[in-house]
Design a protein around this ligand. Structure first.
Ligand code: M6R
Length: 606
C-alpha cells in the first residue's frame, strides 16, 4: 500500500526521493508526490497516476534543490486517486506523508472546521496535517505528541517543519517504518528497498516511537520522551535484489528464484536429516500438546495454509481449521489456551492477519508466524516465528513466497507426524530427503514455460475460466485461479471437481475453458470423470497431471505434465505451471504484470 520515503543528507534530495519512490512502486500506488525544503521554504509537487507524471512535473521546476524532504506513493483509501488527494499534505509551515488510516478523522475534521480550517482533499491524512498546524507551538516533538494523543487508527508519518529545515520527524503505529543510516545521510522509509542503493544499515522503528533525524544522527524517543538506544541492523539482501536481473518482469524473475528460495528455507529448518524448528521456539512438547490448530492468513498465504491443512491432516492426523484472516475475527472463533494459531504472511504487515493474531493472543492461544520479512510486525509480535527465506518479493503476485510457505508446511507436517507417532524417524528422513529434491525438480518444471506460454495464448480472449481439482489439487488450484485473475483480469473460479455438478456446471460451455489439476493418483479417476463431464459440455480442457498418468485420447485439449515421483510433493511442483500460465496470460494481454490495477503488495489496512 502507500509508500513513504524521506531523505536528509548531502545528495540531491529530489533525486534520492524519486529514486526511493521508484523502488516503492511495487507496493501498489495510484499517485505520488514529494515535498522538499528549499531556501527554508517547503515546496510540494504531486500528481495522480504513474510516477512518470511526477518526474515530469519535477523536471519542470527549478525551485526543488534541497537536502531534506519526504516523498510518498499513495494507494487510495479515503478519496479517489486525484492530484489533490495525493500526498504530501500540509501547508507552507508543516507538511506530512502518511501511511495507514486515521479512523477518527471525521471528528477531527469537524473540530478543525469549527476553528476555521478549510479542507481541500477528501483524505484522512489532511486532518493530521491540519491538526499539527493547529497545535504547533514552535516545538515539533511536543506538537507531534499532542497530535498522536488525539488520533486513532494506524499511521506511519513523515513530517517536515519549515522552522526546522534540516530535520525530519517520524512516528509510527501499526504501520511499518524503517530508518536507513548512511554516511552523513539518513532515510525514513516504509521498507528497505527505498534506500538500499545508498545503504544497507537500518533501524526498525517500533510502535509509538518518535524519530528525529538531524545532523547525520537518528534519535529515537519513547512515548514519554525518553531517549531509546537502538540496535543497528544490516540488510542481508544485495543491492541487485530490487532489479529485474535481465527478466522482463519481477514476477518471472521470482518464479525462477524458487529453487533457491526453497533450498534456503528448508536448509534453515533441517538438521541431520530431520526437522529442526528449535530456532522458532516451537518445541516438540508444545507441538504435541495443542488441542486445535488454526491457520489464519489472506490471499495466497491463506492458500498455502489450505495445502498445509491437507498435509497435516493426511500425515499427522491432526485436524486443522483454515480461516481467511478478515473473517476470523468476526466469527468469534472458539480458541483458547491450548490451541495453536499459525499466521502466514509474506510481508508480515497484513492488517487483517495482524488483527487475527491480536485476537488469538487475547484469547490465550499460542501464535506461530510463518513470515518472510525479517523484523516485520507479525514476526515481532507472534510468540514464535519461522522465517521463510524467499528474499525480497517485489511482484504483487506472490510466487516464491507461496512455495516457501508450502515448504515450511511440509516440515511442520513431518515434525508433527513424528511427534504424534504417525511416522517413524526413518520415514521422516525419507520425506525430508524427498523434499530436498524438490528444488531440482522445480528447475525441470520451469522448462514447461513454452507450453505454458502456448496455453496462455489459447486463454487470452476468454472472459471466464474454471480451475478444478480434488484434495491437494483443489487446494492448489485455488492459488492457480487467484494468480490468473489478479494479473490477467480474467474472471476465474476454483472448484472442488466433485462439486461442479451441484450447480456450477450449468456455466460450462465452449466459452468456458477448464484447467483441471489431477496429480493425486488416488483421486485421478474421479477427477478425470469430472473432466469428461465438462469436456462433453464443450469446454476446452487443459489438464495438469503426472508424467506417468494414462490419459485417454480426447479427454483434454492440452496436457502439461508434472515431474516427480511422490504425489505428496505435487502441489509445490504444480504451482510452477500455474504461475507461468497466469504470467504469460497477463503478458499477452498487455497488462502491468508486476503492479496489477487496484492491488497493493502489502495490505496494511483492514
Ligand atoms: O503479505 P501477505 O502474505 O500477508 O499478503 C497476503 C495477501 O495479500 C497476498 O498473498 C495477495 O493475495 C497476493 N497479491 C497474491 O498474489
Amino acid at each position: 500500500m502507500c509508500g513513504i520515503v524521506g531523505y536528509i543528507g548531502k545528495k540531491d534530495c529530489t533525486e534520492v526521493l524519486l529514486g526511493g519512490l521508484e523502488k516503492l512502486k511495487y507496493r501498489g500506488y495510484d499517485s505520488a508526490g514529494i515535498a522538499v525544503v528549499n531556501n527554508k521554504e517547503i515546496k510540494t509537487v504531486k500528481s495522480m497516476g504513474k510516477l512518470e507524471n511526477l518526474v515530469e512535473l519535477v523536471g519542470q521546476r527549478n525551485d526543488l534543490e534541497s537536502h531534506c524532504g519526504i516523498g510518498h506513493t499513495r494507494w487510495a483509501t479515503h478519496g479517489e486517486p486525484s492530484d489533490v488527494n495525493s500526498h504530501p499534505h500540509g501547508n507552507a509551515r508543516i507538511t506530512i506523508v502518511h501511511n495507514g488510516i486515521i479512523e477518527n478523522y471525521q471528528k477531527i475534521k469537524k473540530f478543525l472546521e469549527k476553528k476555521g480550517y478549510v479542507f481541500e482533499s477528501q483524505t484522512d491524512t489532511e486532518t493530521v496535517a491540519k491538526l499539527l498546524d493547529y497545535y504547533y507551538n514552535g516545538d515539533p516533538t511536543e506538537t507531534i505528541r499532542k497530535v498522536i494523543s488525539k488520533i486513532e487508527g494506524s499511521y506511519a508519518l513523515g513530517i517536515i517543519f519549515k522552522d526546522f529545515p534540516d530535520t525530519i520527524y517520524a512516528v509510527r503505529k501499526d504501520s511499518p517504518m524503517v530508518v536507513g543510516v548512511g554516511k552523513q545521510e539518513l532515510f525514513i522509509a516504509s521498507d528497505i528497498p527505498a534506500f538500499l542503493e545508498h545503504t544497507k544499515n537500518y533501524y526498525l522503528v517500533e510502535e509509538d516511537e518518535l524519530v528525529v533525524l538531524k545532523d547525520g544522527k537518528a534519535e529515537f524517543y519513547d512515548p514519554y520522551g525518553f531517549a531509546i538506544e537502538k540496535q543497528l541492523h544490516t540488510a542481508d539482501f544485495d543491492i541487485n535484489v530490487a532489479e529485474k536481473g535481465g527478466y522482463e518482469h519481477f514476477m518471472l524473475k521470482e518464479i525462477h528464484e524458487q529453487p533457491k528460495a526453497i533450498n534456503d528455507t528448508i536448509g534453515s529448518l533441517i538438521n541431520d536429516g530431520l526437522p529442526d524448528l528449535s530456532e522458532s521456539g516451537l518445541t516438540k512438547e508444545k507441538l504435541g500438546n495443542y488441542n486445535n490448530i488454526f491457520v489464519v492468513a489472506c490471499g495466497t498465504a491463506m492458500h498455502a495454509g489450505l495445502v498445509g491443512k491437507y498435509l497435516i491432516e493426511k500425515l499427522a492426523r491432526v485436524s486443522v481449521t483454515v480461516d481467511v484472516a478478515s473473517e476470523f475475527k468476526y466469527r468469534d472463533p472458539i480458541i483458547g489456551e491450548n490451541d495453536l494459531v499459525i499466521l502466514v504472511s509474506q510481508s508480515g504487515e497484513t492488517a487483517d492477519t495482524k488483527a487475527a493474531m491480536h485476537l488469538a493472543k487475547e484469547k490465550g492461544a499460542d501464535t506461530l508466524a510463518i513470515v518472510n520479512v525479517v523484523g516485520s510486525s507479525i514476526a515481532r509480535e507472534a510468540d514464535m516465528v519461522i522465517y521463510t527465506r524467499a528474499g525480497l518479493e517485489i511482484s504483487v503476485a506472490s510466487t516464491k513466497a507461496y512455495t516457501v510457505q508450502l515448504a515450511v508446511f511440509y516440515i511442520l507436517t513431518f515434525e508433527l507426524a513424528l511427534v504424534k507417532n504417525k511416522i517413524t524417524e526413518n520415514q521422516c528422513r525419507e520425506y525430508i530427503h524427498k523434499l530436498q529434491q524438490v528444488p531440482d525438480i522445480i528447475k525441470e518444471m520451469l522448462e514447461t514455460k513454452d507450453k505454458c506460454q502456448f496455453v496462455a495464448s489459447t486463454l487470452q480472449n476468454c472472459t471466464d475460466l474454471l480451475y478444478i481439482g480434488r484434495g491437494l489439487d483443489y487446494a492448489l488450484s485455488m492459488e492457480g485461479s487467484l494468480k490468473l485473475k489478479e494479473i490477467s483480469y480474467i474472471h476465474s473460479e476454483s472448484y472442488a471437481a466433485g462439486e461442479l455438478k451441484h450447480g456450477t456446471i450449468s456455466l460450462v460451455t465452449e466459452e468456458m475453458p477448464v484447467i483441471a489439476v489431477a496429480t493425486q493418483k488416488d483421486l485421478f479417476a474421479k477427477t478425470i470423470s469430472n473432466v469428461v463431464e465438462v469436456k462433453s459440455r464443450g469446454a476446452k480442457v487443459i489438464l495438469i497431471t503426472n508424467e506417468d498418468a494414462v490419459v485417454s485420447p480426447n479427454v483434454a485439449d492440452y496436457i502439461i505434465y508434472v515431474k516427480g515421483e511422490s504425489d505428496l510433493f505435487k502441489p509445490i511442483l504444480t504451482a510452477i505451471p500455474l504461475q507461468l500460465i497466469a504470467y504469460y496470460t497477463s503478458v499477452i494481454r498487455g497488462n502491468d504484470v508486476d503492479t496489477p490495477r487496484n492491488l497493493a503488495k502489502s495490505v496494511t489496512v483492514e
